[in-house]
Design a protein around this ligand. Sequence first.
Ligand SMILES: [Zn+2]
Length: 419
Amino acid sequence: MSGFDESDFDRVSQLIARTEKDPKSDSFDSFEARLVRQDGKDCLYDCVVSGIIFAGEDPHIISGNIYIENGIIQEIEERPVNSKNWIVPRFINTHTHIGDSFLKDPALGVPNGHVVEKNLDALVRPPNGLKHQMLAQIGFEESVEFMESAVWELFQNGIGVFADFRESGLEGSVALLKAVQNTGKDIFPFVFGRPQNLSCSRSPDSKGHSMDDFFTEIRDILEVADGIGLSGANDMDEYVLTKIASKTKMKRKKLAIHAGEKDASDIEAALSLSPGLLIHMTHAGGNELQKTADKNIPISICVRSNLTTGVGLPPVLKMLDQEICVSIGTDNMMLNSPDMFEEMHFLSRLYGLSDSTVFKMATSNGAKALGCRFTGSIEAGKKADMLVLNSKSLNLKNIKDPLAGFVRRAGKDDILGIV
Ligand SMILES: [Zn+2]
């Protein structure tokens, strides 16, 4: 697991799995994918998928065939075809925490009359937030089992790549990779690990953990994970943060950090680390977004999560005005279903964004943010990471503008198959 670049193509193409039914449910019907020989072209493609194709990053909606060989799109042919299924890219979910999927119905705060007074720190802030208390009680095997179900859920929601903030130290990152492997599915985890013991001081703490132990764990995590994912700049001292950032960069891995979720107090410190990915930025002001743009740092926004925890809404329009690469994360499984369709519906309605802007945020922008150039859009030369949606479902029938229908109305029940 060393991040994404051209050299990963071979490895990824070996991971390709054709559409399969989840053995635990029968939620997918079949769709047409067949072997064809292209007469006169002297080549045999593995598979052709026909329908209404959302081709390219800023999608050009065409009727035609997609020819696939060894899991890679070889050719997109525009022509009239019988199938009216929509063929869209699989989603790139740039921020999850699937390790807390064992807890899907936490109390969000203290009831007060008809409402609940929400408390983000009590829920998720390390080391004493509810989530961390629960994580501490779960063993390795149990954790793998919960995460395996979570990976199935991500897969069935049409997600091709997910970037996970994995708690629980080295063991946590290893457990996540094992969970993905156990599913046997073609879904790519981008693992942001995090040390188990966050209270890192220069003298050993009450449990005998020293700073050397801390950085040994960082080094070990960077051997198996794609980067380090930090809970926030207010949770550690500046010296430690800077050292983590430099060690991560030296290993040519990616540093990601939550910033500006509850308030703006941790944004400047997070920006000073020049991370590879910022999460939330809900309370980012103009100057901070300007610096983010100047440093060319992508942002993963988590709008439904922010609504769930009551922290406010991120300034998405200002981010886009600054030409920041904005992508979508569904955040903690304990707070939200990993449903990228719902994220698109919310973004479209809350901000009045254009359909193509929302489409890019859910697909190609995520691929760019994570540096996985081989996926995120349907184009010749890219991995065939696609969903086939049933345009004749009750939900989608009679839609005249497939892009509008996909962004504002489609849901995971419309998925016929995953290529
Ligand atoms: Zn998060």
